[in-house]
Design a protein around this ligand. Structure first.
Ligand code: PMP
Ligand code: GLN
Length: 390
């Protein structure tokens, strides 16, 4: 075969693990607890607001920064939940999903030879986009079961070439919530090395056990150097909509907008009006979402513990990590185990090695619990039937 003409990041990288395991689940009829998308809970009034906008408002290009209604709603939401003062016209930009926001942030701030600190396991889009921008990924590895940050390892990852850090909090795939102490350590290092923080906070409303979520941008010293990223996909259980939003100081947002204008330019206006409606809903919507997902986490924890799996601590997100040690066959790694689980037990998951660069652990798989109780109970029944415990 001739050498690919494509950039090596895309010539050599495979299809994302989410697509691979969703396809396997479709092919085998397995319950899909792999890729993170809810199968319930889409708020009807958000959909109704978008539906009304489809028929009553323009379907042409909206303003490239986002419709003013949504930019104001993002700013109001930040004030309501975090006491953060945001100028909607100078500090908010709407993107086509958090994915675009993250890519825009990386392309805007990372130049060839720059280093970007990330926590590993990391969401799968970060490393390829950093590398495509010519940057170097400096992973700081976290370990099960509590995923705490070793501050010496974090400090060692920073250096004169550090341009940025990406902090996904609450964190996919681990379910980790960063502690106040960890956030301050990150802030101190960003200040010391004059680094930008890309705060992927798409799971901000999925924080359990009555814990509080603190956006990195509100940590002392971070207001002017944080690019905060949110997503309607997670906050309104509408992952297919791909409506994201960035909040950042004007010095950061202006160059970001120059990148966004050439990536997507804009995002479907009707969906933006729907999300603007959603962000303005009363507190009980957001509390209800948190409570519901908290209960689902508990349901899945009970089911997976019942078959003997050791679980990582899950404080937030849609996800729970399990150690396959006790159930794997000799020599069976996470990919083989997750494949067998899909084909033979009828439950799909995601092998966690996909979230690492070099030398990944091969004993962890991720389950997603943002599913109806019926689906979770059926998955539990299948797993118990297959592994014979419970
Ligand atoms: N970041 C993380 C950590 C995620 O889990 C996801 C999930 N889809 C995204 C970003 C992308 O969000 P969106 O669908 O809004 O692009
Ligand atoms: N965020 C989702 C997950 O972690 C997947 C998103 C995607 O498929 N790109 O499962």
């Amino acid at each position: 075969m001739t050498k690919s003409r494509a950039h090596p990041v895309f010539a050599e990288g495979g299809t994302t693990v989410f697509e691979v395991f969703s396809a396997l689940a479709r092919e085998t009829g397995a319950i899909n607890l792999g890729q993170g998308f809810p199968d319930h809970g889409e708020p009807e009034e958000v959909i109704a607001a978008a539906r009304a906008a489809f028929s009553e408002r323009s379907n042409q290009y909206p303003p490239m920064m986002g419709v003013p209604e949504l930019r104001r709603a993002v700013a109001d939401h930040a004030r309501r939940f975090y006491g953060l003062d945001v100028d909607p016209m100078r500090e908010v930009m709407v993107t086509s999903g958090a994915t675009e926001a993250l890519t825009a942030a990386i392309l805007t701030f990372v130049q060839p030879g720059d280093e970007v600190v990330t926590f590993e396991p990391m969401y799968d889009s970060y490393a390829p986009m950093i590398r495509r921008a010519g940057g170097i990924v400096r992973p700081v590895r976290l370990s099960a079961p509590d995923w705490s940050v070793d501050e010496d390892a974090l400090a060692a990852a920073f250096g004169p070439r550090t341009r940025a850090i990406i902090v996904n909090n609450p964190m996919n795939p681990t379910g980790k919530l960063f502690s106040a102490r960890e956030l301050s350590a990150i802030a101190r290092l960003c200040e010391k090395f004059d680094a930008v923080a890309i705060a992927d906070e798409v799971y901000e409303h999925l924080v359990f056990d009555n814990q509080r979520f603190t956006p990195l941008i509100t940590v002392p010293g971070m207001r002017e150097r944080t690019i905060r990223v949110g997503s309607a996909g997670k906050t309104f259980s509408l992952t297919g909509w791909k409506v994201g939003y960035i909040t950042a100081a004007p010095d950061l947002l202006t160059p970001l907008s120059r990148c966004h204008q050439f990536l997507t330019f804009s995002t479907p206006p009707s969906l933006q009006y729907g999300v603007a409606h959603g962000l303005a809903m009363k507190d009980d919507y957001f509390q209800g979402l948190t409570r519901r997902m908290n209960d689902k986490r508990d349901l899945l924890v009970r089911a997976l513990s019942g078959i003997g799996l050791n679980l990582g601590v899950c404080a937030g997100t849609y996800f729970l990590i399990a150690d396959i040690g006790v159930l794997a066959k000799p020599g069976e790694d996470d990919v083989a185990f997750a494949t067998r689980l899909t084909r033979e037990a009828g439950v799909a998951s995601i092998p966690v090695s996909a979230f690492f660069g070099r030398d990944p652990p091969r004993n962890l798989i991720r389950f997603c619990f943002c599913k109806t109780d019926e689906t979770l109970n059926e998955a539990a029944r299948r797993l118990t039937g297959h592994f014979g415990r419970g």
